[in-house]
Design a protein around this ligand. Structure first.
Ligand code: PXG
Length: 465
């Protein structure tokens, strides 16, 4: 076999990558021309690339490496589990210790009567499970026609047929015949971009009440569930107005609609509590989890399910659904170790009491920058809206994302991973980030914003739409 190692020249690795590796959400031909940045190592909040550059990872991978890179204790657990029992399934009346122990631990951490875990390999798979779970629930209740799930535009719930359909991303819906039937979308609670002259509070109520109008329009006997991320992540870290979730909760309660909180990003400490639902005051029947469950050390996701749904679906014969890797023992052991680390090292407290307050002060100060309209941060989930006019919150005249992309390129050149969504910049650093690492993040972000601003000025791109 050809040995392909870290020691190969970057150019050769890039050529092999371009020849054989199809990347997600990427124009491969364009990437082939440019060459991928090849990441070779990670330690704490830093990545190293094949050129030896040290990059501060402001995104914790893809919102997941919450305990930071390079934890030997997690690697040891994985190795031990591989030797002891590398794989066994949880179908056909068998179980194993890592799946049992992890489910019990998740049930302990989850609020209310969310006491049951259905495992998946990812957030997308878990949301596919959720579609089947809520539809099955109403079938068993004698209401098979109650099968519509209501979601929001610009939501992200994954990219399988089910997850991509639940999500409200136009670019995903434009390819391959999505959404699947009986999934409908209402407006998102994005006050900064869409609230115009309304107050944030009024706008939050307006958008929440679209749910009530949609239920009335479709008929309550057609609607199975509502799904939402407590804070939209991939949509641009959109923090809803304070009025939004209480009103959504009231409407779900009033009509007896199941409520699914997609906690794939917000779960396991990201917002300064164990779950985003606790930060935002939501009482869901199901939570989608993945990412921070294992801090990305192994692929694992799942649905945390309330007593009623578990009893109803589980009490009606076989639930004909499952994945080979449901509760995979190595992934489950790794996730369990990750939860132990989060608890023993008090990492959620660190987010709430140390990292958030420190970053908040420095992040908010970015609002003094001429390019920044708004800087917001909940726990360690932050965004800045770039604008040519702070007063009017105007969008740029250039195609949406042009300025954000230029800013992201400056960040990457300055060894900071900060992503852009349209013309919003977003961060979601490892939860273990320290104040001095936050200083580095802010220093690199400021430098990148300055360079971006200078570039926009000289290219005449500071115009409002
Ligand atoms: N729900 C939410 C809220 C997510 O953020 C998924 C489900 C799907 O999880 P999997 O494990 O199937 O990817 C996600 C994933 C981005 C980005 O660019 C975000 C995600 C995935 C990939 C890229 O922000 N979120």
């Amino acid at each position: 076999m050809t040995q392909i190692t870290n020691h190969m020249p970057t150019r050769e690795l890039q050529a092999l990558d371009a020849a054989h590796h199809m990347h997600p959400f990427t124009a491969d031909a364009e990437l082939a021309r440019k060459g991928a940045r090849i990441i070779t190592r990670g330690k704490g909040v830093y990545l190293t690339d094949s050129e030896g550059q040290q990059i501060l990872d402001g995104m914790a991978g893809l919102w997941c490496v919450n305990v930071g890179y390079g934890r030997k204790d997690i690697a040891e657990v994985a190795a031990r589990q591989m030797e002891e029992l590398c794989y066994y399934n949880t179908f056909f009346q068998t179980s194993h210790v890592p799946a049992i122990a992890l489910a019990a631990e998740i049930a302990k951490l989850a609020p209310g009567d969310l006491n049951h875990v259905f495992y998946a390999g990812s957030g997308s798979e878990a949301n596919d499970t959720n579609i089947r779970l809520v539809r099955r629930y109403w079938e068993v209740k004698g209401k098979p026609g109650k099968n519509i799930i209501i979601s929001r535009t610009n939501a992200y719930h994954g990219s399988t047929m089910g997850g991509g359909s639940l999500g409200g991303m136009a670019g995903i819906h434009a390819q391959g015949g999505l959404p699947i039937p009986n999934i409908v979308h209402i407006g998102q609670p994005y006050w900064y971009g869409e609230g115009k002259d309304m107050s944030a509070e009024e706008f939050g109520l307006l958008r929440a009440r679209e749910l009530e109008a949609k239920i009335e329009e479709l008929g309550v006997d057609r609607v199975a569930a509502f799904i939402g991320e407590p804070i939209q992540g991939a949509g641009g870290v959109i923090v809803p107005p304070a009025t939004y979730w209480p009103e959504i909760q009231r409407i779900c309660d009033k009509y007896g609609i199941l409520l699914i909180a997609d906690e794939v990003i917000t779960g396991f400490g990201r917002t300064g509590n164990w779950f985003g639902s606790q930060t935002l005051g939501i009482k869901p029947h199901i939570m989608t989890i993945a990412k921070g469950l294992s801090s990305g050390y192994a692929p694992i996701g799942g649905s945390i399910v309330c007593d009623d749904i578990a009893a109803t679906v589980g009490g009606a014969g076989d639930f004909n659904h499952g994945y080979t890797y449901c509760g995979h023992p190595v992934a489950a052991a790794v996730a369990l170790k990750n939860l132990q680390i989060l608890q023993e090292e008090k990492i959620v407290d660190h987010v709430r009491n140390v990292a958030h307050p420190y970053l908040m002060e420095r992040w908010k100060a970015l609002e003094d920058h001429p390019l920044v309209g708004e800087a917001s941060l909940v726990g360690l989930m932050g965004s800045i809206a770039l604008t040519p006019n702070k007063e009017t919150r105007a969008a740029f005249a250039s195609e949406a994302g042009t300025v954000g992309y230029r800013c992201r390129e400056r960040c990457f050149a300055n060894n900071l991973v900060m992503r852009h969504v349209g013309d919003r910049m977003i961060i979601s650093p490892p939860l273990v980030i320290t104040p001095s690492e936050i200083d580095v993040l802010i220093e690199r972000a400021t430098k990148s914003l300055d360079e971006c601003y200078a570039g926009l000025k000289s290219d005449g791109l500071l115009k409002a739409a």
